[in-house]
Design a protein around this ligand. Sequence first.
Ligand SMILES: [Zn+2]
Length: 280
Amino acid sequence: MCSGVSCSEALTGMGAMGGLRWLRRIPYMVKLQTEFLRWLAGVASCSDQALYLEFAVTPLHVLWSELVFKWWNSLVGAKGSLFHDVFRADLRLALDGKECWSAIVLRILACLGYDGCDRAPGEDRVTALSQHRLPVDALVDTVKQRFSEDWRSERLTVEPRSFVSDGRSPGVKMCRAQHWMGPAKYLSTYIPLQQRVCLSRFRLGCWPLECNRPNGRSRSDRVCPLCLDGEEDERHVLLECAFYAVARSQLALPAEPEMKGVMGMDNQPYGSQTGGNPGG
Ligand SMILES: [Zn+2]
């Protein structure tokens, strides 16, 4: 008799892809991943959503979902083999409400709104599902679409200074990264580690600025301690604060610089023009 664990492990241990054991360890892997990203960005307090957006792991999620759909189809195509028999047993468990690989895939398909699977009852449904080839390209397109819909949330296009938190994530820090700064440029170019960490901390709202240290004050009370003129946030430091006027004058900024335009400039220090080490 085949238990939920043994069937899934049988699936896990077989096949060219191998290693499906990770499906049962997703919470642990997500924790590892976020800890790694926090280390990479040099931040401690920042929402997971902002971290994921900053480091754009969407392509990884898309790749993984494509591999899962293709693996399903390879099991469907393996009719007559032990692989297919185990697949059927796993489907049977899933339809019986047990936690297993097929149950996870069926939940993913339901989340994506895919309704192509047969609804026949009992063993007939096991047979129908085990013979059902998934439209991989269409499903992957839906996954991509869902990710971009999420990141295009209107909440993120609000002007950060007028953003009022309603207690829901992703919050003002993500709003800053998305609306003020645009996508991270340093992911496609070379920037030395120290500068890159400094920049990612800036982008993720983790610099020790007054706006990032509420201490019970309203935002309008988080005044810049250097010029005493206006709220000290990322835009103030980069474009407004008189204290940094000399440093700013040494940058080749446009006449009327905008936050996103400046953050997206190609001539960031040690950027793609040289690709070299500033000390070298
Ligand atoms: Zn200032």
